[in-house]
Structures are given as structure tokens and as C-alpha cells.
Ligand binder design. Sequence first.
Ligand SMILES: C[S@@+](CC[C@H](N)C(=O)[O-])C[C@H]1O[C@@H](n2cnc3c(N)ncnc32)[C@H](O)[C@@H]1O
Length: 262
Amino acid sequence: MTDYVHKNKLAWDSSAHLHKSSARWDALCAGFASPGYATFDPTATACLTQIGLTGKSVAQLGCNNGRETISLLNLGASSATGFDQSTAFLDQARTLAQIANKPATFVEANILDLPADYTARFDLVVITIGVLNWLPDLQPLFDTIRRILAPGGQVFIYETHPILDIFEPDAPDPFRAELSYFRKEPYIEDKAITYTGQSPDSTAPSYWFFHPIGDVITNLLQSGLNLRHFKEYPHSNREELYDIYAQRDAKLPMCFTLIAQN
Ligand SMILES: C[S@@+](CC[C@H](N)C(=O)[O-])C[C@H]1O[C@@H](n2cnc3c(N)ncnc32)[C@H](O)[C@@H]1O
């Protein structure tokens, strides 16, 4: 399992320069120069408002370039710690925090095995778009979340829906199910990881794991967390090439929100 985690770290690190030389990065630098800037979409914002951020100590797992960790501070969290295993993306996160002039903390770590120092430290744990699929197993993730949450603390997840993993959006027929929803072996990609669907260079291979919704809920319950909210949505929070699935009358679940309590 740690072998896959390490290989995915190499893949994310070697893709980081592409993200930093993009219009998306320039927009983040410009945005965080304004006080109170936040990058959450309306769905995530509504859930975070319902949970309440004011005065909370928040951790984000798989924080990438830290845009959301810093946004959590701009929305009222008293402290925000972003965990990620990519050295190169955490460098970008520290640059954005400097631009925003916010005291976000960024820690390089495997989120399946966070150091004991973080036990019972957080009121809220946040995970968003595109983290669960990089993890070979969700049980250690939920066990870690439970451990780092203070008593009564909550976890908020806003993720892509695993049903989308059965499709290949750039296949000749993108609506044909190509892969099993219950696939056990990882999908291996040897192109750089970008959010545009176009990856110019090949890189260290990355490993994408399928986690049916039933596994997400079961692993969460097995960790001892209490499920408080679970909702599926027909809008896409993925790369633009997935918009074709959201534009049809026959709607699919494209993403979900989940809140659980310690
Ligand atoms: C798609 S990005 C998250 C983007 C973020 N949700 C956002 O919208 O800004 C996924 C991140 O998860 C991180 N990641 C994947 N597996 C990890 C692990 N085992 N431990 C720590 N970070 C991990 C990657 O390094 C990457 O930065």
C-alpha cells in the first residue's frame, strides 16, 4: 500500500510545474491578493456555512496547492492546517499563503498515517475533490480522521462520484460503461496529472483506485464516526471534459457531500 502512496507522490510532484505555469495559478495569485477570497463552489460553501467555521481548528487532508486551506481561514476558521504528501504542491501552498497574508500551516505527510502529535487536535476535517481515488484503502483514512478529530468534531467530504469511474470521457462513445464500478485493481496513468484533461508530458505513473459509495460509507462507520449527512448531486465538480455527463436529461450522480461526527 505505501508503495502506491509513494508512487503517487512522485507523480504529483513531477506534475506540479504544469500547474504553476497555468492561467489557473495566475488567477489564484490574483484572487488571494484580495482579503476574504475563497475558492469553494456554492455546494461546498453551503455545507461549510451549515457546519460553521468561526473559531474552529480545521485540517484539510490532500490540500494540494492550499487554495482551500487558505480559503477556510478567509471564511472564519481560527486555524487551518493542510496535509499533503507533495513537496512541490506544498511549496505552491506556502506561496499562496504569503500572498494572502494568512497563517495557514502546511505539513508534508501521508494522510493514511498522520503523526501522533495531531491526535484529537481538530474541530473539523475537510476533504474535497479528487483525494479519495489516490488512496489504495479508505479504512486507514477514516481511522486517521477519527483519531485527529476532537470529541464532537466533524468531517466534511465533497468528492467526485465514483460512478464516473466507469466511463472514459474521451472514448469514441463516452457514454458506454468501460470499466467495472467494482474494479479492485488500480487504473494506471502514465501522463502528467492536470485538471484540463490534456497532459502534454508523460511522467512517473500514477495509481487511481475505485471506491464504490458503499465502501466509503462502510469504512466511515467502521471507524466509529457517526454519519450525519449524505447527498448526491447532478452537477459536476470534476475536470471540464466530464461536463458531457451533467448536460443530459438522464442525470447521473456526479458528486456527493458527506458530513460525519466523532
Ligand atoms: C486533486 S488534489 C486535491 C485538490 C483539492 N481538493 C483542491 O480542489 O484544491 C489531490 C491531492 O491529494 C494528495 N494526495 C494523494 N494521496 C495522498 C496521500 N496518501 N497523502 C497525502 N496527500 C495525498 C496529492 O498529492 C494531491 O495534492
